[in-house]
Design a protein. Sequence first.
Length: 92
Amino acid sequence: MRRFASLKFLMAGIAAAMALRSEPLLACAACYGKSDSPLAAGMNAGIFSLLAVVGLVLGGFAAFGIYLVKRAASVAAARAAAQPALEAAQKI
């Protein structure tokens, strides 16, 4: 238990030392505003490909939902069509 307390104190000290560093941070070309760099083009391509994947997955869920609705409607129609025949068979 004592070891974890000293480890926690050491990690907090390292985090504080890193937070108080005085070196300036440099942004990449995409974040800095250079929109014609290859890095920015690659980032945009990645964003659009992930957007396409999300759209395809959501489209698949929607298609499956439509399939289930159509299937339920066809089963209900088949039951409604078979109902008079079942009633006639029960009277016999």
